[in-house]
Design a protein around this ligand. Structure first.
Ligand code: BES
Ligand code: ZN
Ligand code: ZN
Length: 503
């Protein structure tokens, strides 16, 4: 989709449809609505007077402009209350309106940046919402293919201020492409999206964007001693892959081999299918476990955005990718494995596999010089029960880092909620036979999952995001298709950009 901005007047708009966001309390007597009311011969005032349109969220009505000049159709789209306008609500408004237009086969649209949506932040949110809303998932349909997409979007500014929106549009596009790339990986079924295929897609992106990419195979992992990661892939015919993507800022003079004091590691769970292994899951909803690589996908997406936005800090993406299946070779409940860190783990439940692959990835990141670690993982069903689809859990060892992640998330509408992280939770995963066991009891499941990882982060500032509830949307929304959401890609890219800007 081509996206531009323009300062043209209302009567000069030539796109197929003009999207007009309206909020509770707006009246056709003032501002842009008054001008549009005039343009459409009083239709808006009539609609409002007769109570046919009430501006609530996702209400919509098409109007025709009978006049000879300018846009033929207007779409009034309800944005709800303007008091709580943030990036997320603006994205949802734009996404909802654009999905509606795509369904109708509209080719070109203009979006009116009314008084309440003026400025760079809104423009970026509109671009992100529009691009996320446009993506559909009928990848393998041969009949009843998904509808067409809007080809062109123009953001129309009324107040012909001098401020340019080009940068905001560009950043919004980078962010939306990162999220949509992550979503496209998450939508893929596990017979296509194997660990090997995930590595191939990551490498393809890295080569395109000028990032470094190394993929460690099972032999290499074995000789390093990644016994926890390899325990997970044992039951599968698909070999595990450790995907490492690296970004180096361009700053002349510096010796690229010198150790950096600021290397950020983004680590993402890449389980391409989670059957539970020998501790097998019930059949109901098991098909959804193809998106158990949502954390890894988010890291790959974030690395793409980082490559384009070029922050001044080095970043390493680490994605431990594996498939969790039962077989005669699979790891069994009660087995003890030795992790890369040297710590021994009692595998009490083979369905708690995410932490097994992540702990070796975290140790690996530290061995490569990571000075701060953020991980994203669809780690626990307990997190879904606790927080639902609206927020992901965050916990960790460094409050400043956690605060940075929370605000990076607020910035792009990927909301986090901090969990308590007292020592009491850590005691729940003590093992009799080994250093640690991979599950606690049924209580506090998301936190004990985090505590398991904490043992491997050690002294390195670390935070963990459990995105089990937010990586997938169960129902179709007006602003986004059902399925993978790409949650975390924009959040992590924002986090890195903010860090770079403040260092
Ligand atoms: N991938 C699942 C977690 C999950 C559940 C993600 C639902 C998305 C939606 C994870 O590997 C898992 O199975 N966790 C177990 C942990 C338990 C055995 C301690 C769980 O949550 O039941
Ligand atoms: Zn599992
Ligand atoms: Zn899992």
């Amino acid at each position: 989709m081509k996206i531009t901005s323009s300062g043209k007047g209302l009567s000069e708009i030539t796109e197929d449809v003009l999207i007009v966001p309206v909020f509770e309390g707006d009246t056709p007597r003032e501002g842009s609505l008054a001008a549009l009311d005039h343009l459409t011969g009083g239709q808006i005032a009539e609609l409002f007077a007769e109570g046919d349109f009430d501006c609530k969220r996702d209400r919509s009505v098409f109007l025709r402009n009978g006049g000879a000049r300018a846009v033929k159709r207007l779409l009034l789209y309800g944005g709800g209350s303007a008091d709580s306008l943030d990036s997320l609500s603006v994205q949802r408004l734009a996404g909802g309106a654009m999905r509606l237009l795509a369904d109708r086969g509209v080719r070109t649209a203009a979006f009116l940046l009314s008084e309440k949506l003026d400025g760079a932040t809104s423009a970026q949110a509109i671009v992100e919402g529009a691009m996320l809303g446009q993506m559909s998932c009928g990848l393998y349909r041969t009949i009843d293919r998904p509808k067409s997409q809007v080809e062109e979007l123009v953001l129309v500014r009324e107040s012909a201020g001098e401020m340019h929106l080009d940068r905001a549009i560009e950043v919004g596009r980078c962010m939306a492409e990162a999220a949509n790339f992550a979503r496209s990986l998450g939508f893929e079924p596990s017979n296509i999206m194997t660990p090997t295929e995930l590595a191939r897609r990551a490498r393809e992106m890295a080569e395109r964007e000028g990032l470094g990419c190394e993929v460690l195979d099972e032999n290499e992992m074995k000789s390093l001693g990644m016994g926890a990661l390899l325990a997970v892939s044992r039951g599968s015919q698909e070999p595990a892959q450790l995907i490492v993507i690296s970004y180096e800022p361009e700053d002349g003079g510096r010796d690229a081999r010198a150790p950096r004091s600021d290397l950020i590691a983004l680590v993402g769970k890449g389980i391409t299918f989670d059957s539970g292994g020998i501790s097998i899951k019930p059949a109901d909803k098991m098909e959804e476990m193809k998106y158990d690589m949502g954390g890894g996908a988010a890291v790959i997406g974030a690395m793409q955005a980082i490559a384009k936005l070029k922050p001044s800090v080095p970043v390493m993406g680490v994605i431990p990718a594996a498939e969790n299946l039962p077989s005669g070779r699979a790891v069994k409940p009660g087995d003890v494995v030795r992790s890369l860190s040297g710590k021994t783990i009692e595998v009490v439940n083979t369905d708690a596999e995410g932490r097994l692959v992540l702990c070796d990835a975290i140790t690996y990141a530290i061995s490569r010089g990571a000075k701060v670690i953020v991980d994203a993982a669809t780690l626990t069903g307990a997190c879904v029960i606790a927080l639902g689809e609206a927020r992901a859990a965050v916990m960790g060892t460094d409050q400043r880092l956690i605060d940075e992640l929370i605000s990076a998330g607020e910035q792009c509408g990927e909301r986090l909620w901090q969990m308590p992280f007292d020592d009491d939770y850590g005691e729940m995963i003590r093992s009799d036979i080994a250093d640690i066991k991979n599950i606690g009891n049924r209580t506090g499941g998301s936190i004990t999952g985090g505590w398991f990882l904490k043992h491997f982060a050690g002294e390195v500032p670390w935070a963990h995001m459990d995105i089990a509830g937010t990586a997938w949307t169960e129902v179709e929304k007006p602003y986004i298709a059902r399925g993978a959401t790409g949650f975390g890609a924009r959040l992590m890219a924002n986090f890195v950009m903010n860090r770079a800007a403040s260092s």
